[in-house]
Design a protein. Structure first.
Length: 443
């Protein structure tokens, strides 16, 4: 398992940004099956990862904030009669090993056979921010001046490479979590050089009146006040530098993903190891007038998702809507382990095997922040969001890939789409709003 933090769909094989450089992730995509419409279940690291590892929706676990410590995820899973993904594998004879960021911090202490721990965020050696000064976020961008080999992702990759060079008597599960491109966007100069000049980069889609057709409640939920605004980035001339630093951080992460994948290819386990690579959620880089995750809009939730290895169709692309919650049952299926009946996701093996197989599963994303709540469903080209005050958003990605036109804001459009909106609303978990109100201060 390879987790990449805060990586949106700016990977080469997705074709979403011409200036991204991800040769190692793209090579993995070429020898596996990619899902081009994969989404997170919560646009924040901790709850998203808790959902993935428990196989339960955030509204089910009640983990709607950053779960601290990681043992809270184990406890929430136990309340629902299940085990975290790696514990399920352990109970079926697998040696488990982990390094880097996997749950919010690392992995619950004592829950794996071997742990390489997790490093820090590689902030500036003097502890000072360079461009964005805030006590509430690590958001910042600059060239990292300290030795690269001491950076957290470099040491995590080295630990994983060592494990792959060892002899293992039985089946194993190796989990590797990389921190970049999570903020701060500090990486060595060489990765900036790989991307090219900041001034020549493609900027994300932005429309200055984009938010005029959404509710005040939605704005209060979907915007984090201490994050940069695109209008500010334009006025100050920082936008291209921020995009440059994010792309450089992606390229940095891709390099260390490549270190692990190369070690696997050179190991005794090259031909009998299943690989899954994913990000925990997407990221807005100026779209919707903000730089952040933590929103129900597509850009904050669309992620890369790749499976490769034995039993996985090579060089295939699937456009069915899927979620990170589907990873748990899929890995059990691919490994030939008994299904976990508590899983709320679905095994992807039917559509890995046959891209034309029937698939009728909506993808749910949930969000709670500042006493506001909402959830969204992705179903085909439609993304529908329902908020705690009853306000709604509806986007058709075929016609409006940037989500610039909220079809639920215009009375004539609502009349035209009411039946569709009602059918999409019916796909949302009906008990989420009550559950969120009951648990949002308890976890």
């Amino acid at each position: 398992m390879i987790a990449v933090d805060d990586l949106n769909d700016w990977v080469g094989y997705m074709g979403k940004h011409a200036d991204t450089r991800t040769p190692n992730i793209d090579a993995l995509a070429d020898r596996g099956t990619v899902f081009t419409e994969a989404y997170s279940q919560f646009p924040l690291c901790g709850p998203s990862r808790a959902s993935l590892f428990s196989g339960l929706l955030p509204g089910t676990t009640g983990l709607l904030r950053q779960p601290r410590p990681d043992t809270k995820v184990t406890e929430a899973a136990a309340e629902h009669g299940t085990k975290l993904l790696h514990r399920y594998f352990a109970e079926h004879g697998y040696k488990t090993m982990a390094v880097g960021k996997l749950l919010h911090r690392h992995i619950p202490e004592g829950s794996v056979d071997m742990s390489g721990g997790r490093g820090d965020w590689d902030t500036m050696p003097d502890g000072k921010e360079v461009h964005w000064i805030s006590e509430n976020t690590l958001t910042d961008w600059a060239v990292y001046p300290a030795p690269e080999e001491e950076m957290s992702d470099a040491t995590a990759a080295a630990w994983a490479v060592e494990r792959l060079a060892e002899d293992h008597d039985g089946p194993f599960m190796l989990m590797v979590g990389f921190l970049r491109p999570h903020v701060p966007w500090y990486v060595p100069q060489s990765y900036f050089d790989t991307i090219g000049e900041a001034a020549s980069l493609k900027m994300p889609a932005y429309k200055d009146d984009d938010l005029d057709d959404i509710s005040a409640y939605s704005l209060g939920l979907n915007f984090v006040d201490h994050m940069p605004r695109t209008s500010w980035a334009i006025d100050t001339g920082h936008w291209d530098d921020m995009v440059h630093a994010y792309l450089a951080s992606i390229n940095f992460a891709d390099y260390y993903v490549g270190q692990v994948l190369d070690a696997l290819q050179q190991s005794a386990y090259a031909d009998n190891t299943i690989i899954v690579l994913f990000s925990d959620h997407g990221y807005l880089l100026g779209e919707k007038n903000t730089f952040q995750k933590h929103s129900l809009w597509e850009r904050a939730n669309k992620v890369p998702l790749i499976f490769a290895g034995p039993g996985v169709t090579e060089g295939a692309s699937r456009d069915q809507g899927v979620g990170l919650i589907d990873i748990y049952p899929t890995l059990l299926d691919l490994a030939g382990l008994p299904a976990n009946p508590v899983n709320q996701g679905n095994s992807l093996t039917p559509i890995i095997d046959d891209g034309d197989a029937a698939w009728d599963h909506p993808v749910i994303t949930q969000l709670s922040r500042n006493d506001r709540i909402g959830q969204a469903v992705q179903y085909g080209p439609w993304r529908y969001s329902l908020y705690g005050d009853g306000s709604e958003e509806l986007y058709n990605h075929d016609d409006d890939p940037n989500e610039w036109t909220n079809l639920a804001a215009d009375p004539a459009s609502v009349e035209k789409h009411r039946e569709l909106m009602d059918s999409l609303q019916a796909k949302l978990p009906a008990d989420f709003f009550e559950a969120a109100e009951n648990v949002q201060d308890l976890r």
